[in-house]
Design a protein around this ligand. Structure first.
Ligand code: IPM
Ligand code: MN
Length: 349
């Protein structure tokens, strides 16, 4: 029997509630498919920060590096200065664990209502591959004459050949495994002429290794239009960190909302971290109204990454099936509680 060790970081806000449902579903999958997942909870997040001043400690990191995967809820606390927990926990984990891919599937499940009323499930089935370690997220830049009328703030986007190439190659490899085998580069070559020149050249070169994958290009603004007007154009989409952050929230809306938007921060040869896109959902904490499907869907991605592909597929199918039965995927509008939604998925697994 195969066995795995995972870290569970519920974090803040509704994070712990949704992660608890994901753990419940993982346990059901263990029983059904015959493997074990040894789970260690880490008290990382806003509460610990406010009482000890610690965000992510060296010892947390050392321990996390020994795990097979991390199941993550969300971080962000109303009493902490905005950005601290996000920077020092989430972004630091992504960086320290070299999770250089952020994988975000966008799928409209049958029975789920998209805000774009004429979309059908066959129109929406894409995966966004977001570069997760570089670009505008490196924190490079400067102020000149801060606070004065002549102040200048510069925020730099750093794109390395190595970072771009590994991301683009991951996207091609993924596209090759999908029925449509189509990959779109989403950028801004007409204005951001340094960064996207490097991306385009790398994309074209790596593409030669994948003759079976057809390719396309979309400027990020046009991609936003098409994701709404005609998302069937897209299969796999590869883009940089900032554009990926933005278009994946748009994608989440198209597929019915953050309630079902799953994601994975991947280090293909190390420790990956599975995390819903939605964040802490302030105001819903402790109400039992938050939708756990995004977190459960992230757990499905984790099971697949751990090699439990049948279990991963079963959980994903169950998430899709349950989503289709809910009147809405939005928090407070599901017609049942967080744990009841979790129970529904468990019953199907
Ligand atoms: C996301 C989030 C994070 C990001 C924030 C919380 C730092 O929006 O995972 O998309 O910008 O990457
Ligand atoms: Mn985001």
């Amino acid at each position: 029997m195969s066995s795995h060790r995972i870290a569970v970081i519920g974090g803040d806000g509704t994070g712990p509630e949704v992660v608890a449902e994901a753990v419940k579903v993982i346990e059901a999958a263990e029983a059904r498919f015959g493997f074990t997942v040894d789970k260690t909870s880490y008290e990382i997040g806003g509460e610990r920060y406010l009482s000890t001043g610690e965000t992510l400690t060296d010892s947390d990191l050392e321990q996390l590096k020994e795990e097979d995967a991390i199941l993550f809820g969300a971080v962000g606390h109303p009493d902490a200065k905005p950005g601290i927990l996000e920077q020092e926990i989430l972004l630091r984990l992504r960086r320290e664990l070299s999770q250089y891919i952020n994988l975000r599937p966008i799928k409209l499940y049958p029975g789920v209502r998209s805000p774009i009323s004429d979309l059908k499930p066959e129109d929406v089935d894409m995966v966004i591959v977001r570069e997760n370690s570089e670009g505008l997220y490196v924190g490079k830049g400067e102020f000149t004459d801060k606070g004065s009328q002549s102040e200048v703030a510069v925020q730099e986007s750093v794109n390395t050949r190595h970072g771009v190439e590994r991301c683009v190659r991951f996207a091609f490899e993924l596209a090759e495994t999908r029925p449509r085998k189509h990959l779109t580069l989403c950028g801004k070559t007409n204005v951001l002429t340094y960064a996207w020149d490097l991306w385009q050249r790398t994309f074209d070169e790596v593409g030669k290794e994948f003759p079976d994958v057809s390719t396309g290009y979309a400027h990020v603004d046009a991609a936003c239009l098409w994701m709404v007007e005609d998302p069937s154009r897209f299969d796999v989409v590869v883009t940089d960190n900032m554009f990926g952050d933005i278009i994946t929230d748009l994608g989440a809306a198209v597929q019915g909302g953050l309630g079902i938007a799953s994601g994975a921060n991947m280090n293909p040869s190390g420790v990956s971290m599975f995390e819903p896109i939605g964040g802490t959902a302030p105001g819903f904490e402790g109400t039992g109204k938050i939708n756990p499907l995004a977190s459960i869907g992230s757990a499905a991605m984790m099971l697949t990454a751990l090699g439990e592909t049948a279990a991963g597929q079963a959980v994903e199918d169950a998430v899709g099936a349950v989503a289709g039965t809910l009147p809405s995927l939005r928090a407070g509008e599901m017609g049942m509680s967080t744990s009841e939604v979790g129970d529904q998925v468990v019953a199907r697994v």
